[in-house]
Design a protein around this ligand. Structure first.
Ligand code: SF4
Ligand code: SF4
Length: 101
């Protein structure tokens, strides 16, 4: 399930640099998450980094796009093909994930 940003966003910009996948960008109205690049931080953090820094907590799971952990770690690997540490963590099954927090 990709994370999505609601209309409560106040455009502070705090989330954008925190995303390990460069999935966040400034939109015309509120900040946006590219669902094709969002792994819900699986592979990198135990919780969604955008939500962790958002002052109005408007980075929420998108109920219209539910995805299992396996899909999300595969996406992380595809987005970071040169990340040997991530690849080793994925192979061992021991990686940060909101599903395990
Ligand atoms: S949940 Fe993680 S990967 Fe998804 S947009 Fe937020 S910071 Fe990026
Ligand atoms: S941290 Fe929250 S309020 Fe700030 S730009 Fe990101 S989604 Fe919007």
């Amino acid at each position: 399930m990709a994370t999505t940003i609601t209309q409560d966003c106040i455009n502070c910009g705090a989330c954008e640099p925190e995303c390990p996948n460069e999935a966040i960008s400034q939109g015309s109205d509120v900040y946006l998450i590219n669902a094709e690049r969002c792994t819900e931080c699986v592979g990198f953090h135990e919780k969604e980094a955008c939500q962790a820094v958002c002052p109005v907590e408007c980075c929420i799971p998108d109920p219209a796009r539910t995805e299992p952990e396996g899909v999300l770690i595969e996406r992380a690997l595809a987005l970071h093909p040169a990340d040997a540490d991530l690849r080793a963590a994925a192979a061992s099954g021991n990686f940060p994930s909101r599903f395990r927090a």
